[in-house]
Design a protein around this ligand. Sequence first.
Ligand code: NAD
Length: 291
Amino acid sequence: MEERITGHTKLYALIGSPVGHSGSPAMQNYSFAKLGIDAAYLAFDVPLEKTKEALDAFRTLHVGGFNVTMPCKTAVAQLVDRLSPAAEMVGACNTVVVEEDGTMTGHITDGVGFIRNLREHGVEVKDQRIVLLGTGGAATAIAVQAALDGASEIAIFNLRDEFYENGEKTVEKIRKAVPSIRSITMNDLDDKEKLCEMIAKSDILINGTKAGMSPLDNIMPVSEECLHPELAVADVVYNPRETLLVRTAKEKGCRAAIGGIGMLLWQGAAAFELFTGKEMPAQEVMEKFFE
Ligand code: NAD
């Protein structure tokens, strides 16, 4: 530590509450040390009502950048000076870069991280037909990034719960911002027949819901009869590491069956790149912290 921290060391941070469980400090500090970057990363427990004070303090202290977790993601998007196109559409940000003059630019790396993880498994989204389950934070970021990256059709399905309306808004925003998309629709996850029909015509199925996450780990968000060999299946859930959906996709011979841990890695790697302009040693980080 005494060899790493100097009078010039740049501070990076995570804010939100709780933050104690986060793997970000370990990932980011390991990568700073590995690449010889004079920087350190700390987690700060910041409740929603203190978000503005935290940002003001970061400007004063010339913090280089910070990540944001719940419950501060939407508030931070409203407080920064600029937003990336994806963060603007999602209405939330998880990564903020702070310029020397204090100007803050908000980004959302969840969608980028998810799509990078698909690519690492040989799955591209350009010109592909996607069924996306979910309209919460993770799923919205994925819908926006998939549309920006050229997916041809996205059919979003969600339960008619408190998240459904957010899905309708996301569909409208994507239609306006990405007029080249052939089709983007919002659908009821309880309409099992339509869901299965859409999956039959699709190239990629994404679970962006909590279904499959402990303690919902015995829940399959789609019936296994809907899965087919031409389909790539990807989950955002990484607890358990292999969800029931991913396991079933493997058993059914789907062309890819991808868990959520890679999304966690690559969203952090995207933040690291925004902070430093350098690539995170992702393979090493994966082996050291996630395997
Ligand atoms: P959220 O609370 O914003 O959204 C929850 C979503 O799950 C909504 O669409 C809701 O309708 C749906 N849902 C809840 N219970 C359901 C059920 N029984 N059946 C079907 N749908 C159900 O949550 P979020 O932040 O978007 O997180 C969703 C999942 O994504 C969590 O498991 C989280 O751990 C995971 N996640 C993973 C990463 C990663 O890096 N891999 C990043 C963010 C979130």
